[in-house]
Design a protein around this ligand. Structure first.
Ligand code: GLN
Length: 538
């Protein structure tokens, strides 16, 4: 049976539970173990797909088309293991499954309750789809003490009882604040958080203490004593200069060693930290810098384009340049302000997006990048807007638009209700908005003698999608005659997947989200090439 590691958080949110879980997963994997990471989210949405990025940050998409929490992106980037639908669950999903079963009569005669029905369903999720994994790391979203996370904590408590201490481990991540006025490190919030956890029947085996400064031995002893955790299992995590240092930092703090010790097993081989040291070095020492503009609706929220920010950084690592992200709000971006805004920028990126707000600003910026030969990458909505811009200003279709936000336009972008996946017709939309987009991996064929083919060095690719609207294939010839090439297309020749401009140093639009597949240790070729072009432009 696999060994299960449960990671909870205390005191405040955003302590980096995801990063700690991902780093631990990397360390265990690199020591020869098969690892899986999953996330349980306590909110009532069935998945984060319908949430605004302002609420929840980016929606991460898996190969198999699940719309998930952005922490799954961290997991993939650190472990290079692709997540699956079965790796993320929410309270909403659990309840909707249970209520569905109840209506069918599956619980006939019984009262359906949190304990045991909800907790049983959570325990089922924890074990589902696990085959020969050595470790399953389960992160529980939210903070201990929240009402919403109680059923999850109860379920993991039961899980440990059902499966034995030697098969389960509880890690609790807390904040150990530094008080400037008294020049002291405070352990009380950690003590209280662990007390709360223990009152729910969970004794953490390891406490990870997030702190601004190193925690002196005396304070560690105090945490050990009050939290009932052996001193060696009080692990500190001091703020790192770049997130890529996290696996090194956790290794130095012996987190992996203590985990293996708990399970009474040895590492199969030494952990390989070289790649992380190498990229940390590049990031911290690189002097050359370039500015890339990201023009979108959610630029003021740090996590809204998490994978994208990461992928650009990866492209920078590959080209040994530091990529500064210039975030430009598309809403009030007037055409006469664009020149000024893009003055010091070596590349323009328009990310995915939904709805009308901010579209005209994006279109004006695309026009500027096209005419001034600034490297441009349009992702999903960004590609769609690049098509609209070209149609309006080059093909002179003045009312060109997308039916997503204008029903009376000439539909360059429109709703396609059906598409093929593995020979099956998938219905595009029904009345529901949740989970009904073209989601997950789809193939594209790349055209000969195009930039994209040189970049991917392959005839066919597979990338992750998340959109409802498609480029209207009927205008292909018109576009191509004027120099906008459909350089990637779905295998059935129906859905344009990639476009590029012939007479431009680097102008590419993709209908999919390449950022979801970029990893720090293997940067995505599209981002590497984009940053390379931006470096040349500079
Ligand atoms: N709103 C567009 C669509 O649904 C683009 C989505 C996106 O950028 N991910 O097709």
């Amino acid at each position: 049976m696999a060994r299960y590691i449960f990671v909870t958080g205390g005191v405040v949110s955003s302590l980096g539970k995801g990063l700690a879980s991902a780093s631990l997963a990397y360390l265990l994997k690199s020591q020869g173990y098969k690892v899986r990471i999953r996330k349980m989210d306590p909110y009532l949405n069935v998945d984060p797909g319908t949430m605004s990025p302002f609420q929840h940050g980016e929606v991460f998409v898996t190969d198999d088309g699940a719309e998930t929490d952005l922490d799954l992106g961290h997991y993939e980037r650190f472990t290079n293991i692709s997540s699956k639908k079965s790796d993320n669950i929410t309270t909403g999903k659990i309840y909707s499954d249970i209520i569905y079963k109840e209506r069918k009569g599956s619980y006939l005669g019984k009262t359906v309750q949190v304990i045991p029905h909800v907790t049983d369903r959570i325990k089922e999720f924890i074990k589902k789809d696990i085959t020969n994994e050595d470790f399953v790391i389960c992160e529980i979203g939210g903070t201990v003490g929240d009402i919403e996370s109680l059923p999850f904590l109860e379920a993991i408590r039961q899980f440990s009882n059902d499966n034995g201490k030697n098969k389960t481990l509880f890690i609790h991540l807390t904040l150990v604040p530094y008080m400037k006025a008294s020049d002291e490190i405070k352990t009380k919030p950690t003590q209280h958080s662990v007390k709360e956890l223990r009152s729910l029947g969970i004794q953490p085996d390891i406490v990870i203490c997030r702190s601004e400064r190193s925690i002196p031995l005396d304070q560690r002893k105090k945490i050990s004593l009050f939290c009932n955790v052996p001193i060696n299992n009080v692990i500190e995590t001091v703020d790192v200069k770049t997130i890529y240092e996290a696996p090194i930092s956790f290794f130095n703090e012996k987190l992996d060693k203590q985990v293996l010790k708990h399970f009474k097993i040895n590492s199969k081989r030494a952990a390989n930290l070289k790649p992380w040291k190498k990229i940390t070095d590049i990031i911290l020492k690189t002097k050359t810098q370039i500015n890339i503009a990201i023009i979108g609706k959610y630029v003021n929220l740090k996590d809204a384009y998490k994978s994208l920010d990461e992928a650009l950084t990866h492209g920078g690592i590959d080209n040994k340049v530091k990529v500064n992200l210039v975030r430009i709000e598309s809403d009030n971006l007037k055409p006469n302000k664009i020149k000024e805004k893009l003055k010091n920028v070596s590349g323009v990126l328009i990310p995915g997006g939904f709805g009308k707000r901010g579209t005209e600003g994006k279109i004006s910026a695309i026009k500027y990048a096209r005419q001034n030969k600034i490297p441009f990458l349009g992702i999903c909505f960004g590609m769609q807007m690049a098509m609209v811009e070209f149609a309006r200003n080059v093909l002179k279709i003045t009312n060109a638009g997308s039916t997503e936000f204008n029903n009376n336009c000439y539909p360059i972008i429109g709703l396609i209700n059906e598409w093929n996946k593995n020979g099956k017709i998938i219905k595009g939309t029904d009345k529901n908005l949740g989970g009904t987009m073209r989601l997950g991996l789809y193939k594209a064929k790349l055209k000969k003698n195009t930039k994209i083919k040189k970049i991917y060095k392959s005839q066919s690719i597979q990338e992750r999608h998340r959109h409802r609207y498609e480029v209207n294939i009927n205008l292909k010839d018109k576009f191509e005659k004027k120099g906008l090439i459909f350089s990637g297309i779905s295998p059935d020749n129906k859905l344009p997947e990639i476009i590029e401009l012939k007479d431009h140093p680097w102008f590419i639009g993709v209908q999919f989200h390449p950022e979801f597949k970029s990893r720090p240790l293997s940067p995505h070729p599209l981002f590497s090439s984009f940053i390379k072009a931006a470096k040349i432009y500079k």
